[in-house]
Write a protein that binds this ligand. Structure first.
Ligand code: FNR
Length: 356
C-alpha cells in the first residue's frame, strides 16, 4: 500500500486515502445557492476517488462573499442544495468538507471572467467591505470599513450559524479559511491589522479573532468531526506574517483541538514576490508538522503522482490537496492508484474501464 492510499481516521471520520480536493471558488451561484454545477463539479471528484472533497470558500454572510456569485451558507434555505451534494459525495465513498469563509476587504469583486475588479458599494451588486483596519488591499480599491466590536460579534455569530448549517447539510469536515488575505488572515497580519484594541498589535491580539471563530464553530461542530484551518504560512513580504508565526499559531491551534493545518501562502499583499514552482509550499506543511506536532496538509502545484507520494512518504505532510490538477483530471486518484499499483475500488458503473 502506498502512502497516498493509506487510509486514516481523524476523530471518527475515515478517509480512504490522502488525496483531497482543494477548495476552489466556482463563482457560479446566485444568492449563495448551490446548483447543478456544484453537484456535478464536486460529485465528479467523488466519482474520481478523492477521499475528501472541499467546497469552495463558502460565505458565512452575504458581505463575506468575494463576488456576488459565491457559494453561501448564511441562511437555512441554503442547506437543501448543499445536502444534495454531500449525499452524492457520501454515496460514492468520499467525505464532504466545507470551507467556511469571509472575504473581508477582498469582498465585493467581479468574478475573474467578468474582469475581477472591485465593485464599489454604490454600484449595483456591490457592497461595503469590512476589515480589521480601513486599509484597502490595493490603493485604488474602495476603503473597507474597520470592524467595530459589534461587527466582530456579528462575524462570530455568522461563523457559528454557518457551522451549524454545515452539519445539517451533511458536511463531516470543516475548514476555517484563514488564508489568502481574507478576513481572518487580515486580522493575523500586521500589514492589514493596525488596530489598537485587543484584536491588534501583539501576536496574541492578532490571532484572537481566529481563536474566537474556532471556539464558536466548535460549540456547534460535533466532536467526532475533524476541523481544519487553512493559513497562509508566509506572506512572502518583509514585515508580514512569517513561517515562524505559523508554527507559533499552529502550536496554539493544536491545544485548541484543531486537527489539521492546511498550509497555503500569500494573498494579503498585492505585490509579494512568490517563488511559485512545483510543491513550493510543501516546506511550510513540513515545518508546521515537525515543529508544532500537528497534522498538516500540503497544497500548491502538486500535480504528479510520484510527487504526491513522496510528500507523504517523506513525512512532509499528512494530506495533499490538489486544486488545478483536479480541474484538469477529476479522476486523478483513480489514475494515481493504478500508477502506484494500489488496487482500489472503482465506481461500479466504470468498473469495465479499470486498468488491469
Ligand atoms: C482557488 N484557491 C482557493 N483557495 C481557497 O482556500 N479557497 C477557495 O475558494 C479557492 N478558490 C480557488 C479557485 C480556483 C479556480 C483556483 C485555481 C484556486 C486556491 C486553491 O485551493 C489552491 O490552494 C491553489 O490553487 C494551489 O493549488 P494547485 O492549484 O496548484 O493544486
Amino acid at each position: 500500500m502506498s502512502a497516498l492510499f493509506s487510509p486514516i481516521t481523524i476523530r471518527s471520520i475515515q478517509l480512504k486515502n490522502r488525496i483531497v480536493v482543494s477548495p476552489m471558488c466556482q463563482y457560479s451561484s446566485e444568492n449563495g445557492f448551490a446548483n447543478d454545477w456544484h453537484l456535478v463539479h464536486l460529485g465528479s471528484r467523488a466519482v474520481g476517488g478523492a477521499a475528501l472533497i472541499f467546497t469552495e470558500a463558502t460565505a458565512v454572510s452575504p458581505e463575506g462573499r468575494i463576488s456576488p456569485h459565491d457559494l453561501g451558507i448564511w441562511k437555512d434555505d441554503h442547506i437543501a442544495g448543499l445536502k444534495r451534494i454531500t449525499q452524492f459525495i457520501n454515496q460514492h465513498g468520499s467525505i464532504a468538507g466545507i470551507q467556511l469563509a469571509h472575504a473581508g476587504r477582498k469582498a465585493s469583486h467581479h468574478r475573474p471572467w467578468d474582469g475581477g475588479k472591485a465593485i464599489p458599494p454604490a454600484e449595483e451588486r456591490g457592497w461595503e467591505t469590512v476589515a480589521p483596519s480601513s486599509i484597502p488591499f490595493i490603493e485604488a480599491e474602495p476603503r473597507p470599513l474597520a470592524l467595530t466590536k459589534e461587527g466582530i460579534e456579528n462575524v462570530l455569530i455568522d461563523f457559528q450559524d454557518a457551522a451549524r448549517r454545515a452539519v445539517e447539510a451533511g458536511f463531516q469536515v470543516a475548514e476555517i479559511h484563514a488564508a489568502h488575505g481574507y478576513l481572518l488572515h487580515e486580522f493575523l497580519s500586521p500589514l492589514s491589522n493596525q488596530r489598537t484594541d485587543e484584536y491588534g498589535g501583539s501576536f496574541d491580539n492578532r490571532i484572537r479573532l481566529l481563536l474566537q471563530v474556532i471556539e464558536q464553530v466548535q460549540a456547534v461542530w460535533p466532536e467526532e468531526y475533524p476541523l481544519f484551518v487553512r493559513i497562509s504560512a508566509t506572506e512572502w513580504t518583509e514585515g508580514g506574517w512569517t513561517a515562524d508565526d505559523s508554527v507559533a499559531l499552529a502550536s496554539v491551534l493544536k491545544t485548541k483541538g484543531v486537527d489539521v493545518i492546511d498550509c497555503s501562502s500569500g494573498g494579503n499583499v498585492a505585490h509579494a514576490k512568490i517563488p511559485v514552482g512545483p510543491g513550493y509550499q510543501v516546506e511550510f506543511a513540513e515545518r508546521v508538522k515537525q515543529e508544532a506536532g500537528i497534522m498538516t496538509a500540503a497544497v500548491g502545484l502538486i500535480t504528479h503522482v510520484d510527487q504526491a507520494e513522496a510528500i507523504l512518504a517523506n513525512g512532509q505532510a499528512d494530506f495533499v490537496l490538489l486544486g488545478r490538477e483536479f480541474l484538469r483530471d477529476p479522476y486523478f486518484p483513480l489514475h494515481a492508484a493504478h500508477a502506484l499499483g494500489d488496487d482500489i475500488i472503482w465506481p461500479s458503473q466504470y468498473e469495465r474501464a479499470k486498468p488491469k
